[in-house]
Write a protein that binds this ligand. Structure first.
Ligand code: IVH
Length: 685
């Protein structure tokens, strides 16, 4: 085998293992062996860039390039399904179809997966585009992100139509969702309410390398195209399995209503054992000709409906409301409930979201409330059972009635209305509410204990200063012993301060101090993120550090200047300006500077010119002056965009030695200019 054949064969082998692992759930080799093969391929592709292929399994790890999403029009609009909630409504649907068709028909029952829908376009067996639903007419081109999902094939096998579209649901498995939220909690980032939000949030990440770490899955359930192999939905889906798609086995062709109800009732219970979230059953007419006869309405097809499972509900008593103060000072009301069993777990607490939510429910202490657990992890209160509130009943001597029944939940008629607190439960400061926000927050950011501790936890967290050994408990201990009152105090800590503390000892104390020292090497973007300025998350900090090269310049920046930066709107800009207006914050920054933290950006991140602005550039071949990665960076520094394949939109190819023959052919065909290494360096000075 020559090199090219070896690379191709390795790619095929790795794709087969991916398919075994992610689609069939039946791996043939260990993860370790797999990693070795992947590394081997990566190495070979690095040495022989002329055999680069954007659909190689190595490309699934994602690129680091940040970009906005291009919008693409759907060839067939992405409709939704009419929802039904009862057997009666399912029967109505069945009878409507029967009346319209006036002949025999079959209904395919499938699970309704609760994720985010995606449309995949394949041409000649290669994934061309992955598009989100968007507004149904056009959606975001999320191809690069979708390529990181291992259960979606990049290249198909078998006998597939030359061009078709397949739709499905992108899902975050429960286990991945739980782990992600656990991580986010540690990092002080807001939690995702359910796997659906987590999946769609992940899909829209501007960074496909980050996206690749989030292990999404996908089930496909609908094929569209001119030349499909069969005339039934079921046969086409079954055939798509042979092309490499992950198609659910929870699918059945039903010949009558009884079979449909059996399927619904079976999966209403069994779905709880699935690794991903489902929220109902989808019923589809099997025959494609019959589907066409039934047609579409503006919003949904007449040949399909969704039956939604009932969310499990329980009725229980609201005992009290408590208030939690988070790292950023946001105050969250929490309902303390009489413990009640719901979907197999005992529920004692439920989120009440914010003051408006409480007001909307007209909540009183002692109310009997309905709690529901939908796709969410935290149960929510959906309604108050007004009939069990004594003053709401008209006529009758209710009090006597209640006492006679000796029903404790109804005995108290003087229940007080829940009124959102006005002062912080932790520090007593008067709470404030911004006009555009639903929540109240405690403004005493530098003196309110949970906010101080939260700020320190955020400061030392992995994505910020990455200081080892300072967990939540140790920070609480240091705070209680008045060794740290703010983030700058961390840099005054000595081994002799730490080692006498309970559970620490000399060795851990040494390690902590060493890790604190090392943190001074972190790049500016991390230091900036670590400061915990409201609304300045990791991405925003990165964006700022790429445009504003030091904290001194940032301190002087105006709102007008800040909103010029991509991703930064007025809310963030105001928050930054406010931060630097407080003398206390300036003092903190000054102390951190003196401690030796990095408050100046490395020049490599900085935009140097706009000479290549809006230019789509493909790099191909090998170079003598700089590495490929360096050229990628240079392109970005001058405002250009790195793209991986040659198309009519390519402005030019930065062509090194041994340029890939495919790229060369395509460039010639499309008349795309080739720029040599020397010419390029001259262009950018
Ligand atoms: S078929 C025109 N099948 O539910 C019908 N949809 O409200 C196309 N969904 O947008 C959809 N599981 O995101 C279909 N087995 C399944 C599904 C499913 C989940 C989602 C999908 C769709 C929404 C409809």
């Amino acid at each position: 085998m020559n090199i090219e054949e070896q690379i191709l064969s390795l790619r095929q082998e790795i794709e087969r293992h991916n398919h075994n692992y992610y689609v069939k759930n039946a791996p043939e080799i260990s993860d370790f062996e797999f990693d070795i093969k992947l590394k081997q391929l990566q190495e070979m592709e690095k040495i022989y860039p002329q055999f680069f292929d954007k659909n190689s399994p190595t490309q699934r790890v994602g690129s680091d390039i940040n970009r906005g999403f291009r919008q693409i029009e759907h060839q067939y609009p992405m409709l939704s399904l009419a929802n039904t909630y009862s057997e009666g409504e399912v029967t109505d649907f069945y009878n409507r179809v029967l009346k319209s068709l006036n002949t025999d028909f079959e209904i395919v029952c499938e699970l309704k997966y609760d994720g985010t829908s995606i449309s995949l376009i394949y041409e000649n067996g290669v994934l061309q585009h992955a598009i989100t639903r968007g507004d149904g007419v056009k959606g975001d081109d999320v191809t690069d992100n979708v390529k990181t999902i291992r259960s979606i094939p990049l290249k198909l096998q078998g006998n597939f139509p030359a061009k078709f579209e397949i739709r499905g649901e992108i899902l975050m498995p429960w286990a991945v969702f739980d782990a992600l939220n656990e991580e986010r909690e540690k990092e002080g980032e807001p939690l995702f309410a359910n796997p659906r939000n987590a999946a769609s949030g992940t899909l829209k990440l501007q960074n496909s390398a980050e996206m690749a770490t989030r292990k999404l899955d996908a089930f496909l359930y609908y094929i569209l195209g001119e030349n499909l192999p069969y005339n039934t939905h079921y046969q086409n889906l079954t055939e798509a399995k042979n092309w490499g798609f992950k198609i659910s086995d929870a699918i059945k062709v039903c010949k009558n209503l009884n079979e449909i109800f059996d399927f619904i009732n079976y999966w209403d219970i069994e779905r709880k054992n699935l690794p991903v979230a489902t929220d109902g059953i989808v019923l589809k007419v099997n025959d494609l000709t019959q589907q066409k006869m039934l047609g579409l309405t503006a919003k949904s097809p007449r040949w399909a409906i969704a039956y939604k499972f009932q969310a499990e509900k329980a009725l229980t008593r609201l005992n009290s409301v408590s208030y939690q103060v988070g790292r950023t000072g946001v105050v969250t009301p929490v309902a303390n409930l009489e413990p009640v069993l719901l979907s197999g777990t005992t529920v004692k607490r439920a989120s009440l979201h914010n003051a408006d939510f409480i007001e909307g429910l007209d909540l009183h202490i002692g109310d009997m409330v309905f709690v529901e657990k939908g796709g969410e992890i935290i149960p929510k209160i959906t309604a108050v059972d007004l009939s069990s509130r004594c003053h709401s009943r008209e006529g009758g001597n209710l009090l006597q009635e209640n006492q006679a029944r000796n029903d404790s939940s109804l005995s108290d008629c003087e229940n007080e209305k829940v009124k959102f607190i006005e002062t912080c439960p932790e520090c007593g400061a008067t709470l404030v509410r911004n006009n555009d926000e639903a929540g109240f927050y405690c403004p005493n950011e530098n003196h309110c204990p949970p906010q101080i501790k939260g700020k320190i936890e955020h400061f030392v967290s992995r994505k910020a200063m990455n200081i080892d050994g300072l967990g939540e408990e140790t920070i609480a201990l240091l705070f209680e012993n008045q060794l740290i009152k703010n983030i700058a105090d961390i840099y005054d800590l000595k081994v002799s301060d730490l080692s006498p503390l309970e559970r620490l000892g000399e060795k851990s104390a040494n390690n902590i101090v060493l890790s604190i020292e090392n943190s001074k090497q972190n790049p500016f973007q991390k230091t900036l993120f670590a400061l915990g300025i409201r609304f300045v998350g990791e991405t925003v900090a990165k964006r700022i550090a790429s445009k504003i090269s030091s904290i001194d310049l940032l301190q002087k920046a105006t709102v007008e200047e800040l909103i010029q930066i991509e991703d930064i709107g007025e809310r963030i800009a105001n928050s930054i300006v406010d931060f630097f207006q407080k003398a206390e914050n300036l003092e903190l920054v000054e102390r951190l500077k003196n401690a030796g933290l990095n408050f100046v950006a490395e020049t490599s991140n900085i935009v140097k010119s706009n000479k290549l602005e809006d230019k789509n550039i493909v790099i191909s071949g090998t170079f003598s002056q700089h590495s490929r990665d360096e050229y990628k960076q240079i392109i970005e520094q001058h405002g250009g965009k790195n793209v991986s394949s040659v198309s009519s939109k390519t402005d030019f190819i930065l062509a090194g030695e041994n340029m890939g023959p495919e790229k060369l052919k395509k460039a010639e065909k499309l008349g795309v200019k080739l720029v040599s290494e020397a010419e390029f360096l001259e262009m950018v000075d």
